[in-house]
Design a protein around this ligand. Structure first.
Ligand code: NAP
Length: 302
């Protein structure tokens, strides 16, 4: 029986592991991907994590992980399929058939990339449609690419792609970007990035791989030849495992304040999957710390 099962090995989960080890609690991190560190591994550069300016996202995740490992954190690889209430405890079922029993759960499973939901997106996924510029940008040397979205991810992707592709169309559905101003100014000054505002990709076409996109701009339809489409239109929370256990808001986020306390006794939520205003590495790691404190208090009162 564990004191805490931490589900997820991104910054929130790894921070939880660090705090749990230092609190002397018996904890285990369940990671879906072997040695994974979550979505942060897909960020080319993190400029707003204090003290580690300009760190590559993959390297930052590795640092979090090795910190947790150096304190003796235990990791188990597997996908959680069910969280079953068991008297005042929980049984965590994994896809490999194993079950782990625990007094408390820290749920830190993050979000996954939202899909554009247009014709051709699914068909050409992995054949010109990508959700990870850091992973795939280098394949587009001297090619033409499009990025969909107007947030930090989309503009970061456009900046990265501009170093490889000969042309990058940045396609955003509104007339204003959501991304931070510094990034906007940077992207606006890159000569091979063409910004299309008030525009939506409506179809992705090709034979065996992506060859063009249909774009609707202010009511006018255009066909643009591209070799690749990078979809960066935000994320959806991975809250399905808690849907019958804890309160979830209308956007799918698990409802909790900074202390991570959910409506389910003994389940705490950390990181991007929690209701909050700012989803950043720095808020994810502070959630992890807060959740361990909340779990510790809960265990003492139990
Ligand atoms: P986001 O901020 O939610 O932005 C998503 C963008 O996609 C928005 O511009 C949105 O348009 C657009 N969009 C949503 N659904 C769409 C659809 N169906 N069709 C077309 N466009 C659509 O997501 P994000 O950029 O992935 O960022 C997520 C969080 O991570 C944010 O808090 C961000 O600050 C953070 N982040 C931080 C860094 C960093 O600091 N280094 C890097 C990446 C991300 P509207 O603007 O019209 O809603």
């Amino acid at each position: 029986m564990y004191d805490i099962v931490i589900i997820g090995s991104g910054p929130a989960g790894l921070s939880s592991a660090i705090y749990a080890q230092r609190a002397g609690l018996k904890a285990v991190v369940i990671e879906k991907n072997y040695l994974g560190t979550g979505q942060i591994a897909e960020s080319e550069r993190v400029d707003n994590y204090p003290g580690l300016y300009g760190e590559n996202g993959f390297d930052l995740g590795e640092k979090f992980r090795s910190h947790a490992e150096s304190l003796g954190a235990e990791f188990v690889e597997g996908e959680v399929t069910e969280i079953i209430p068991n008297n005042n405890d929980y049984s965590i079922k994994l896809d490999n058939g194993n079950t782990i029993d625990t007094h408390t759960v820290i749920y830190a499973v993050g979000t996954e990339r939202r899909k554009l939901m247009v014709e051709g997106e699914k068909e050409f996924s992995g054949r010109g449609v990508s959700y990870c510029a850091v992973c795939d940008a280098a394949f587009y040397k001297d090619k033409v690419t499009a990025v969909a979205g107007g947030g930090d991810t989309a503009l970061g992707d456009a900046a990265l792609l501009s170093k490889f592709a000969k042309k990058v169309y940045l396609i955003h559905r509104r007339d204003k970007f959501r991304a931070n101003k510094t990034l906007q100014q940077k992207v606006e000054s890159i000569p091979n990035v063409e910004i299309l505002l008030d525009s939506q990709i409506t179809k992705i076409s090709g034979a065996n791989k992506v060859e063009s996109i249909s774009v609707l701009q202010n009511g006018n339809a255009n066909e643009i030849k591209v070799d690749g489409v990078f979809v960066a239109v935000g994320s959806v929370p991975n809250s399905a495992l808690l849907k019958d256990l804890a309160d979830i808001d209308s956007n799918g986020y698990v409802i909790a304040d900074e202390d991570g306390i959910t409506s389910a006794k003994g389940i705490f939520v950390a990181g991007d999957v929690r209701t909050k205003k700012l989803r950043q590495v720095v808020t994810a790691v502070s959630d992890g710390a807060n959740c361990v404190l909340s779990a510790e208090n809960y265990l003492e009162n139990k």
